[in-house]
Design a protein around this ligand. Structure first.
Ligand code: GLU
Length: 293
């Protein structure tokens, strides 16, 4: 019996309480639920509130109420990232012990200035899959004494993954199994496309990438089902899983709901917010129709 329970597929829906849920979240929650039902799997809810500067309890309360309204029913025990900071710290320490972490001091404004100067000089600056400039690796060239002095001076900094070193440590090719609406089958991961990603900041003790892999492993998640906007992030997640000896889930990245402007929905767009649609008199079945379910 115990063995059967262990082998059950485990799904999770993992919203961030930094705004209200919209139709895109409803699609993700309902696809997770449908897949969990089809496979007689477990369905978990995780509140990704690691960024305490943007997450608010009011948003969480509204998220829970909207999810219940659309008929999403996960196991009652939910995991909140803010309650597991020690887990992320431990993972960060492991990466640090492997020599893969370094403090980065350039501010957003400084990075922007660097990119603009390079582009004005006719150079093209590499961008990550989300379109943000790749972080310049100058901090790695700082002599240890200077690095120490900057840290001791209390200058704000982030901890970044030395991507090149991390990739060479892993050695062989990294892949993931994808069953969703994008490329199906075994996909080659390309974490290098992201450059030296942030793993921790002064105002958020762990980054999205680090917390998500730690949480998925801690919760025994076997199937990660989320929007196609996170497809490329999976490359970073696979690398971190490999470095931290964490199990590899299967991935299913589903279609996105786009707004009338053809862009991904945003949490601030009131017209597609679940609470607003509910207040305007729509029913949960209307929501399913709007989602094409
Ligand atoms: N918390 C993320 C979001 O709300 C989702 C993370 C995930 O599913 O991996 O976009």
């Amino acid at each position: 019996m115990a063995q059967t329970a262990r082998q059950k597929p485990v799904f999770r829906f993992a919203p961030s309480p930094n705004g209200f849920l919209h139709l895109g979240h409803a699609l993700s929650a309902l696809i997770n639920q449908a897949m969990a039902r089809e496979t007689q799997g477990r369905l978990l809810l995780r509140i990704e509130d690691i960024d305490q500067t943007r997450c608010k309890p009011e948003f969480e309360a509204e998220i829970l109420s909207d999810l219940a309204w659309i008929g999403f029913h996960a196991e009652p025990q939910l995991r909140r990232q803010s309650g597991h900071l020690a887990d992320y710290r431990e993972a960060l320490d492991r990466l640090d012990a492997l020599g893969l972490i370094y403090p980065s001091f350039l501010t957003r404004g400084e990075i922007k200035a660097r990119v603009e100067a390079a582009e004005a000089a006719g150079e093209s600056w590499p961008r990550d899959p989300d379109g943000a400039p790749i972080y310049p690796r100058d901090d790695l060239d700082r002599p240890p004494g200077e690095r120490r002095r900057l840290l001791d001076s209390g200058l704000r900094h982030a901890l970044r993954l030395d991507m090149k070193k991390a990739i060479s440590l892993v050695g062989g090719p990294l892949t993931f199994v994808e069953t969703g609406d994008g490329a199906r089958g075994v996909v080659t991961a390309d974490p290098e496309a992201w450059g030296d990603v942030i793993l921790s900041r002064s105002d958020a003790p762990s980054s999205y990438h680090l917390s998500v892999v730690v949480d998925d492993a801690a919760q025994g998640v076997t199937h990660v089902v989320r929007g196609l906007d996170l497809f490329h992030a999976t490359s970073v997640h696979r690398l971190l899983q490999q470095l931290l000896d964490l199990p590899e889930p299967r991935y299913h990245h589903h279609r996105l709901i786009l707004g009338p402007d053809g862009r991904k929905l945003s949490k601030s767009a009131a017209s597609t917010g679940l609470a607003a649609l509910r207040a305007a008199g729509h029913s949960p079945s209307d929501i399913r129709l709007m989602l094409g379910l």
